[in-house]
Design a protein around this ligand. Structure first.
Ligand SMILES: Nc1ncnc2c1ncn2[C@@H]1O[C@H](COP(=O)(O)OP(=O)(O)OP(=O)(O)O)[C@@H](O)[C@H]1O
Ligand SMILES: [Mg+2]
Length: 469
């Protein structure tokens, strides 16, 4: 018989205690459809008096939980300034920044927070900044443990080992060859890229719900750069295994892209868990650009573009499948698609406040409502519709006046173009079967293309399938 006392079921085991620690490590996200981060009308100035210069102008941004967001833009455009404001490292002067606080389970505003409250906010974020501020007197391991001290837990040592090993600072390189581990090196004995990875490990060890990174891969070679990007991606949300396999066996150009070692995979999966971490990353690195869910571009202190990659793809594909757009040049399709974007993933319905802001290019129709009516004349207010969410039913009148359902259309499909092109009354009635959202293309856009190309209409009509208009 074992010498251990027999424990009644209610006494928590070590595993139970670990499980109790977990909920604070997994971030509890905001309610469905609510952003994790909101930047509202943020402006910022440096200097005072005569030399006071404005560097940020009326910036608005929303980031959803689990998004990987890239902030790009030329040098001096204000990226770092915006990032430091979001992280509470600078005092907010004008506008507001709201963050979802996963510990308190509520949204907090950084505006007018006390220094102590700001410190608490900062502690829950993961910062990866250009000047990584490692403590020179401490080893790599101890630098990471400094962060753990903010949230001690039994599994931290194992996580630190996993993380440093995964970031190629342990005893194996990406080809599995032995190398001296760097755990106990002080920063002075580390290369720039190694220091950067220690700083990344320190930023990520507590599983922050929001990671703010300024050029995180600038100093990294292909393999360690890929390791970092992949970790950020998997921290955001689980990904299909096929993606991992691709990284293990890069193609001919694998040298430049870097590769992941098979031995890194279990570490990655342990470190990433179920995901839930949102990242806002300043970068020019094309390797990261391709991984982004949202690309925000700044110029001269302003956000000039904010593109949800999945939405852009959705709208482009939708337009491409619609005869009037299929015939225009791909660059024009792309330009037009970008005019319609609302900056929200097509899987997520828009909130009323968002709808109000984009009413020129998006409309919501409650179930049962009529979107267009057969026989209605078209005018300059008439539109062409690309379905974003929901299903519509298309009806035509029979000779006896009764209605016949002729089609049902869903997301990515479009209707309403025929009448606009031919300048004829609507040839069908379209009703929302459930709650529907559609992108709207104004007639003016059609006119623009008519003017560009005379045989435009002929080409379209030649390619017409029977459709509702
Ligand atoms: N502490 C400061 N005092 C005065 N001006 C500043 C200060 N920090 C930044 N600026 C100015 O604010 C503007 C935006 O700087 P910021 O560092 O945010 O740019 P950035 O987009 O991060 O550029 P980079 O890509 O070169 O890092 C620049 O014109 C810069 O000169
Ligand atoms: Mg910068």
């Amino acid at each position: 018989m074992s010498s251990e006392p027999c424990q009644p079921a209610e006494v928590p085991t070590v595993q139970d205690q670990v499980a109790q620690v977990r909920p604070t490590t997994l971030s509890i996200g905001p309610p469905a459809g609510r952003p994790l981060l909101q930047v509202i009308g943020v402006q910022h100035y440096f200097g005072r008096g005569e030399t006071r210069t404005q560097v940020l102008f009326d910036n608005h941004l929303e980031v959803m939980p689990g998004e990987l967001v890239i902030l790009s833009g030329p040098s001096g455009s204000g990226k770092t300034t915006l990032l430091t404001l979001i992280g509470g490292l600078r005092t907010l002067q004008e506008g507001d920044i709201r963050l979802w606080d996963s510990v308190r389970g509520e949204t907090i505003s950084l505006r007018g927070l006390s220094e102590q409250a700001l410190i608490n906010v900062r502690r829950r974020l993961g910062f990866i900044f250009q000047r990584h501020n490692l403590l020179e007197s401490l080893t790599a391991w101890q630098n990471v443990q400094m962060a753990v001290a903010l949230r001690p837990r039994p599994e931290a040592a194992a996580q630190t080992r996993d993380l440093l090993q995964y970031l190629l600072l342990g005893d194996r390189d990406v080809y599995g060859r032995p190398q001296p581990p760097r755990f106990h090196y002080t920063p002075a004995r580390l290369s720039g890229g190694q220091r950067q990875r220690v700083a990344i490990a320190r930023a990520l060890i507590n599983r922050p719900h929001l990671i703010l990174a300024d050029e995180p891969t600038a100093a990294l070679d292909a393999h360690s750069g890929l390791a970092v990007i992949t970790l950020l991606r998997f921290l955001a949300r689980p990904r299909p295994e096929a993606e991992l396999l691709q990284l293990l066996r890069p193609g001919e150009e694998g040298g430049e892209q870097g590769r992941l070692a098979e031995w890194q995979v279990p570490l990655l999966q342990r470190l990433a868990g179920q995901g839930g971490a949102t990242s806002l990353i300043v970068t020019h690195d094309p390797r990261i650009m391709h991984q982004a869910d949202r690309i925000v571009h700044m110029e001269r202190g302003r956000i000039v573009a904010n593109v949800v990659v999945a939405e852009r793809l959705f709208v482009r594909n939708g337009l491409r499948q619609s005869p009037p757009f299929a015939v225009i040049l791909p660059e024009e399709q792309a330009k037009l698609a970008d005019e319609l974007l609302v900056g929200v993933h097509p899987d997520i319905p828009l909130r009323p406040d968002q709808l109000a802001m984009v009413s020129d290019r998006l409309a919501a129709f409650p179930a049962g409502s009529t979107i267009i009516r057969e026989g209605e004349p078209v005018d300059d207010q008439s539109k062409f519709y690309l379905i974003r969410r929901g299903t519509v039913e298309v009806f035509r009148r029979r000779a006896d006046g009764s209605e016949e359902k002729v089609a049902e259309l869903g997301p990515g499909q479009s209707f309403g173009e025929v009448a606009l092109l031919l300048n004829q009354p609507r040839n069908a009635t379209v009703r929302a079967k459930d709650d529907v959202e559609t992108y709207l293309v104004r007639r003016e856009v059609f006119r623009r293309y008519h003017n560009v190309s005379r045989p435009f209409i002929e080409r379209i009509l030649a390619s017409f399938r029977p459709s509702a208009g």
